[in-house]
Design a protein around this ligand. Structure first.
Ligand SMILES: [Fe+2]
Length: 286
């Protein structure tokens, strides 16, 4: 089994945002005054016309990380080689700092779910997903960065907590972690565990990127909404992550009810300030 180097061995690229279509005018005009952006791979696959032109323009001025939503690394359906070929071409053109997707399944046979569904946390699932990660890493000739998803359902036959599953998958596959701080909180509330326990169990040198976002309180559960600014609970856990694992490249995700570019950029600025405060004083900024 190939054991690729972790991406950029924990290179800190700064604090940025997820690039969305409404930001294209800002990108083509005044420019994006953040340290880096994250692009959803599927929105920029070859043949995309204007989106590719925008992304190449952005890439000329700052680092870009690619983040996919349809790899379905945990599914049992065969890997889609046409998708991997197009992703490989995008990687050649953009030269991203790293490339990732979600540690989930979302496709079964010819049916593709738009949900990013958690895997059962079993030894069998670890072996299955590690084999598929190895195949993708070999095809793309680079280590993958895998994100923890938010959970609303669990499996009775899981034999370990999510954090142990994630840790084993990355240690055995050579992949790295994109730790979504908001998703940890959503899953922690929905399943009744301490979010700090999840964070503390992860291997520091494998966490190469963080996501910060908002979630919604739906009464009997929390939902990963990506709507509105990052809430206080996520800033607090972000500070804990930084104190525990050190400074880490961070992307703010805001997809629904998208605010102005200024509001979004201010969130990236706050992530930078929150990280600095956590390192200096051991606490989150107010
Ligand atoms: Fe995320």
């Amino acid at each position: 089994m190939a054991t690729p180097e972790p991406p950029a061995a924990r290179q800190h690229l700064g604090h940025g945002v997820g690039l969305r279509v409404p930001h294209f005018e800002q990108a083509l005009g005044p420019g994006l005054d953040v340290d880096l952006v994250e692009a959803i791979s599927e929105n920029f696959l070859p043949g995309g016309g204007r989106p590719m032109a925008v992304l190449q323009r952005v890439r000329a001025t700052m680092p870009v990380v690619l983040h996919g939503v349809s790899l379905a690394i945990g599914s049992v359906a065969p890997l889609r080689h046409d998708y991997l070929d197009r992703l490989a071409t995008l990687i050649e053109r953009i030269e991203p700092a790293w490339v990732g997707d979600h540690l989930c399944w979302g496709a079964h046979g010819h049916h593709h779910s738009h949900d990013l569904l958690p895997l059962p946390y079993t030894e069998e699932a670890i072996e299955h997903v590690v084999q598929r990660i190895d195949a993708v890493q070999t095809r793309l000739r680079r280590a993958l960065v895998l994100e923890n998803v938010s959970s609303y359902v669990g499996y009775r036959h899981s034999t370990m907590p999510e954090w142990e599953f994630l840790r084993e998958v990355v240690l055995r596959s050579g992949a790295s972690i994109l730790l979504d701080v908001n998703n940890v909180i959503v899953s922690a509330v929905n399943f009744g565990f301490e979010p700090q326990r999840y964070v503390d169990a992860l291997p520091s040198d494998r966490i190469v990127q963080l996501h910060l976002a908002n979630h919604a309180d739906r009464g009997h559960f929390r939902f990963d909404s990506h709507e509105g600014p990052v809430p206080e609970a996520v800033w607090q856990l972000h500070a804990h992550v930084v104190r525990r694992h050190g400074p880490i490249t961070t992307i703010v995700e805001w997809d629904n009810g998208l605010g102005s570019w200024t509001q979004l950029r201010e969130q990236a600025d706050r992530a930078r300030a929150n990280e600095a405060a956590a390192l200096a004083h051991g606490s989150a900024t107010p």
